[in-house]
Ligand binder design. Sequence first.
Ligand code: EPZ
Length: 437
Amino acid sequence: MDSFLIHGGNRLKGKVEISGSKNSSLPILAACLMAEGTTTIKGVPRLSDIDSMTKLLVELGCNTHRHDPLLTDEEGPVLNGPLDLTVTDESKSEARYDIVKTMRASICVLGPLLAKRGRAVVSIPGGCAIGDRPVDLHVRGLQKLGADFHYENGNIVGRVKGNGGRLKGCRMYLGGPQGPTVLGTINVMCAAAMAEGDTVLVGAACEPEVGDCAELLIKMGAHISGHGTPEIRIEGVDKLKGTEHRVIPDRIECGTFMIAAAITNGELELKHCNLDHLVAVVDRLEEIGVHIERKDGTIFVNSARRLNPVEMTTQPYPGFPTDVQAQLMALLCLADGMSVVTERIFPDRFLHVGELNRMGARIRKDGSTAIIQGVKELQGAAVMASDLRASAALVLAGLVAKGTTRIDRIYHMDRGYEKIEQKLRAVGADMERVKEG
Ligand code: EPZ
């Protein structure tokens, strides 16, 4: 296993290309199960989660081919070539435990399989470091479209028995105790795209990733409106056909690099990102004293030496994303005063707190709230990554800490950040990947 060694203290300066969105690519790749012919997806990042999803799709009868990167591409980062997906065999319908345990987003094949093949067996995603993550809303939404489910040996087994084996549209409420569900909305929206009749999803998630998947489905021939709002309308169609689509930029990676500029008192130019997807993040960062400017599609970020303390509560989109909570907490460790962070989406998502405190931070947890007393400096230390965004927070803290930080279990980071150490080194970070131990 690999670790990162980071020698802190360098101001970051220069250009960073933001990759395509992991959280948009995953459900979009799963939705390709419903298309006839080849679908070409541009901007899909090279990540271990993407490898897991393509492996799953191959097991479900897809041919996949990654083209070589284009030499130049005005539209997006030239990090990766387009990915082709073609369904060649519809006999299989099982998403095995060995793949699902590595990546919860495997659940995204449930809706497309039921809609296109009338059956699906998906291993129930197990425990997660960031907290409780049931999939009851996915199942409930698909049941309302006419699927029958039972649980067997750790699997969700779904079948469309009635209505000639075809799902049937209806009006439904999809909200849960913590509000809307992102992947649940996408799963049910995909299934409804091929159901008989109309579906109205009330309480739908509004995240940009939902809208991106809807845009892909529309290019495939689906009739969808209202995506990006809490009420999505879908008129089912018999067939979806292959198409070409570019995924949206990764707003979480972009938010992470904005904070990298702020925490190192640096100056970064971020290319291929969409600031409209980060309004709540920009709002908090500007309150802290970070200067953010957009010019010709490039985002310029630099920050004052003095960081103001703030309060922040994570919320469903367009509120502050839970996936940037840990990174913001790392920044607030150095603010001039006391900050309060409340986690509303995954109330237990605080495994980074103990590790940041090992680096000299002063954070106290109280239920789903963390109180952060700013300190003058952080110290390098040996720390352990527990999940994807916690690892990003530790890297950010390591960039500014005095001395050397060693971060173990960085496989978590490889799940969601493409070429992270190359990108950071290119703008001045003193960082290397080493074998753990
Ligand atoms: C997506 O997960 C993202 N993952 C997560 O990013 C992100 O944190 C989350 O949305 C919230 O923004 C991907 O897109 C692959 P939810 P998802 O269903 O869809 C509860 C990262 O770091 N809930 O919107 O699985 C749930 O427990 C990852 O990249 C139910 O109760 O999240 C949570 O409290 C981590 N029942 C809340 O809803 C359900 O059936 C929101 O979860 C589903 C969810």
